[in-house]
Design a binder for this molecule. Structure first.
Ligand SMILES: Cc1ncc(COP(=O)(O)O)c(C=O)c1O
Length: 341
């Protein structure tokens, strides 16, 4: 690892682990929306941007479904670097685009999906050639995954080793990073058991989970992934082999969930005071599905990773049906309350 003396940080990590009260079973939510830019990406970005700066890069670049863009923009701003974010036009949630703009990123849009954005970034890097000019910060960057493994350390400090950790999977880096964190705790003799890892993908963007369920040994890549959960709308996950190995080694599984199940889980979490974006709700949707299927038992301790904050994607929430009443005076509010009590 390059020597880094000056850490670019916004005080990421130390996110709350919250027991769910209204869900059957022993489920905890690790609320990554409490990170500085509202997603788990910050855990890795502190390291990635610190390294970029220490090797003298002036530019950092990512392709993003939104959260990576928001995070890198903030950390690059903090560290005084110029940031390019390459995003699918119309394919990222508005809150995330707003964050990238607020933090001064150069926003580059492509017609097409995330996979196209990533291939353009890789091509740009090949043409430039030198990492100390433009430093890539997608999750192919292993230093980012080193930061993300701290999620495992925090879970262990809060409740020890759970039976299962359930993670929404897009480009497939995070599930591997969390697994790596637990494995390192065991190598250090701090723990003697490991959790099983469960990866959740949306049905319309499930290259890994579908292949796993069919008993294949590699993903079925998808050219036009489609799901309401824009953060995990990825057809060709670059870290698929890492995620696959993590799940296999741990004795876990992959599962797919529908968009309706995701939106229902998002509302369930909302009613417990936990506001997450659709991709994050996939972990609860997967948990509920695996409980119903009998794969998980009610007394299994499960940690669901809620990867990003609900405010990232207000449009999806506002599309759900909701009740609102227009009133003219206070008496109407009083009557409304009385009619409900
Ligand atoms: C909110 C959210 N959840 C899940 C993921 C998927 O993480 P990974 O690409 O590491 O699988 C992402 C990635 O962008 C995300 O932003």
């Amino acid at each position: 690892m390059p020597k880094v003396t000056d850490i670019v940080t916004l005080r990421e990590g130390n996110t709350p682990l919250l027991r769910l009260n209204r869900v059957d079973g022993r489920a905890y939510v690790k609320f990554e929306g409490a990170n500085p830019t509202g997603s788990f990406k910050d855990r890795g970005m502190t390291i990635g941007v610190s390294i970029a700066r220490s090797i003298g890069s002036r530019y950092v670049i990512v392709a993003s479904t939104g959260n990576t863009a928001a995070s890198v923009a903030a950390y690059a701003a903090r560290g005084g670097l110029t940031c390019l974010v390459v995003i699918p036009r119309g394919g990222i949630a508005r809150g995330k685009l707003a964050q990238a703009i607020l933090h001064g990123a150069m926003v580059v849009e492509v017609e097409g999906n995330f996979d196209k954005a990533l291939s353009l970034v890789l091509d740009t890097l090949n043409r430039i050639g030198q990492r100390n000019i433009m430093y890539p910060l997608n999750s192919i960057n292993v230093w980012r995954l080193e930061g993300q493994k701290t999620t495992a350390f925090e879970i262990f400090l809060d409740i020890g080793v759970p039976d299962y950790v359930i993670v929404p999977v897009g480009n497939a880096g995070n599930i591997y990073a969390i697994w790596k964190g637990f494995k390192e705790l065991r190598e250090l003799g701090i723990i003697d058991k490991l959790p099983r890892m469960i990866g959740v993908q949306a049905e319309g963007a499930s290259p890994i989970a579908r292949a796993w369920r069919l008993g294949l040994d590699k993903p079925l890549f998808m050219d036009s992934p489609s799901t309401v959960a824009s953060a995990i709308r990825i057809g060709r996950p670059v870290n698929w082999f890492r995620a696959w190995r993590a799940v296999k080694e741990s004795g876990g599984t992959f599962v797919t969930v529908s968009d309706d199940e995701i939106l229902h889980a998002q509302r369930m979490l909302g009613r417990e005071g936990i506001g997450v974006e659709p991709a994050s709700a996939a972990s609860l949707a997967g948990y509920v599905k695996l409980l119903d299927e009998g794969y998980l038992r009610r007394d299994d301790t499960c940690v669901l990773i809620a990867t990003g904050h609900g405010l990232k994607d207000p449009d999806t929430i506002l599309k759900l049906s909701y009740e609102s009443v227009l009133v003219k005076d206070a008496m109407e509010i009083v009557n409304l309350v009385l009619s409900r009590s």
